[in-house]
Design a protein around this ligand. Structure first.
Ligand code: NAI
Length: 508
């Protein structure tokens, strides 16, 4: 354990949203904190906002009033950088500009020769910031998430020159502060801002294909796949200007790799000034009295009396149990090696998406009446699911499939016949990006999953989720998407491929 000791001084530079939050965290952990900003009023505002945050904790019974006063008393404004000379750790949270950060750290390494230097940058290279230093080994990224007192993830980012002991000390210190630290190599987007890109990108692409409305697609991801929010309500909250800028910066930093290609739909919103909640309109309207549109669920269809299960349902076995519990008679059909597991209701065949469109698959399988359903977080408890029918399927088959899913207690969001539906393709792409982050030594599998759960509140780590779905299935989804679109953004991560071939999970 090499964390800072409590009596050691932590300095925070930049008293804005992030700096004041970080000062709050360090002071609550017991450190004397020096808060500096080039704008003295910002320090006052920052300390005022920390006071309000602490008051809130007191009002909720999470902090006693005496401790509140002690925490505030530990945060002292600094009037000049020279006053930070005795700090053990200096955390920078100023404007996101490489030149300005380089100039600041060049001053700091002279002023505080024994301090660890840390940047809260979310998009700049730690290697590039360190290039301006005589001793770049003293610098690392210490990337908190907003709001810093509440979000548990901290990415400890090592540049090319960062010393191991500096990274370890920051890791142990963040852990001692009650955070969940992860190590990341300094690469564009670090872990979270890289691995999360497909969450937005796949939603935007499916929306672009006119598969369903934003409200319907949000319901699929939120109430079906278990994410805290769907991609459209989330980007409205983040702000399309901010979300688009992060995507653009990751895309540019990876030399226009089409994995990260920005969305024209989102660009249009930014150009129109429809930035989301903060501007009153994004995908949704937020003006006085504006009502959120409802998802378009399929109207009730007649429940089937009986269903035949062909093959081993595996992942969706709980769906079969839900049908039985609802009084539908379930019988086992023939296990056809040419056809993946499915439910048969009259002529309708109902199967989990494998990344092919329903139309493509109905041709491949020689069965017109095909309906595909999406991945959900848990087939035993999900409330909502997406489904799509082959263009060759009859209306009667579609109604039989809808009635079956509804009989299991699911609200069905019909999608146009988009390949991989929405939740399955998104989760497969999140896992694929996480696998590439592991392949290129950005982070360990454990840290990728922890980062996505703590930094974005995903319901499961994407790598563990891929293991649960089965790597054969995830790889098939990616290969089918690649074949469907002919776009290299869907290329399978070589590491995912390797684990699949070896029969080994992504997360040990
Ligand atoms: P902010 O705009 O709220 O605060 C920045 C503060 O830095 C301002 O008070 C400003 O007066 C001060 N400042 C600017 N240049 C300075 C300098 N040369 N010397 C001293 N003080 C200076 O910005 P925010 O949102 O707190 O972001 C700060 C850093 O944290 C940026 O690097 C940003 O990329 C990063 N970050 C931001 C997150 C967010 O959600 N806002 C999340 C994670 C990281």
């Amino acid at each position: 354990m090499t964390s800072l000791i409590r009596s050691e001084i932590v300095a925070v530079i930049g008293a804005g949203a992030m700096g004041s939050g970080i000062a709050h965290v360090a002071a609550r952990a017991g450190h004397p904190v020096l808060l500096f900003d080039m704008n003295a009023e910002a320090i006052e505002r920052g300390i005022g906002s920390i006071g309000r945050d602490l008051d809130f904790l007191v009002s909720k019974g999470k902090l006693d009033a005496g401790e509140r006063d002690a925490v505030l008393a530990r945060i002292v404004p600094a009037t000049a950088l020279e006053g930070l000379a005795d700090s053990a750790l200096i955390i920078e949270a100023i404007v996101e500009n490489l030149d300005v950060k380089q100039t600041l750290f060049a001053q700091l390494e002279r002023i505080a020769p024994d301090a660890i230097l840390a940047s809260n940058t979310s998009s700049l290279s730690i290697t590039a910031i360190g290039a301006a230093l005589d001793a770049p080994e003293r610098l690392a990224g210490l990337h908190f998430f907003n709001p810093a007192p509440r979000m548990r993830l901290v990415e400890i980012v090592s540049g090319l020159a960062t010393s191991r002991s500096v990274a370890e000390t920051l890791y142990d210190t963040a852990a001692a502060w009650g955070k969940d630290p992860v190590h990341a190599r300094s690469t564009p987007g670090f872990i979270v801002n890289r691995v999360a890109r497909p969450f937005y990108a796949e939603g935007l692409k499916v929306l672009g294909e006119g598969a369903a409305s934003p409200a319907s697609l949000d319901a699929v991801m939120r109430d079906g796949a278990g994410f805290p929010m769907g991609p459209f309500e989330l980007t409205d909250l983040i702000g399309h200007d901010v979300n688009y800028a992060v995507t653009r910066s990751v895309f540019d930093a990876y030399h226009a790799d089409d994995r990260f290609i920005p969305s024209l739909i989102q660009q249009e919103l930014v150009l129109a000034g429809r930035l989301g909640r903060k501007s009153g309109q994004g995908f949704y309207c937020y003006g006085e009295g504006a009502e959120r549109p409802l998802p378009d669920y399929a109207p009730a269809a007649p429940a089937p009396r009986s269903v035949t299960v062909c093959g081993a349902p595996g992942l969706f076995a709980p769906l079969v149990a839900r049908l039985e519990a609802a009084g539908v008679s379930v019988s086992a059909g023939e296990d056809d090696p040419c056809c993946p597991p499915c439910l048969q209701v009259g002529s309708a065949r109902l199967a989990l998406t494998d990344g092919r469109s329903a139309t493509r698959r109905s041709v491949d399988e020689g069965h017109d009446d095909l309906v595909l359903f999406d991945l959900v977080k848990d087939f035993a408890t999900a409330e909502t699911i997406a489904a799509a029918r082959s263009d060759r399927a009859s209306e009667a088959a579609w109604q039989a499939a809808l009635g079956t899913l509804q009989a299991a207690g699911l609200r069905v969001v019909p999608l146009d016949d988009v390949a991989g539906l929405l939740a399955m393709r998104t989760v497969a792409m999140l896992a694929n990006e996480g696998a590439d982050a592991v392949l290129y030594d950005v982070a360990t599998p454990r840290d990728v999953d922890l980062a996505m759960q703590r930094g974005t509140n995903y319901p499961k780590g994407p790598l563990a989720w891929a293991d649960e779905i089965g790597l054969e299935c995830v790889a098939a989804v990616l290969e089918n998407l690649y074949a469907h679109y002919g776009e290299t953004r869907y290329r399978t991560s070589p590491w995912l491929q390797r684990r699949r071939l070896a029969g080994q999970p992504l997360v040990a």
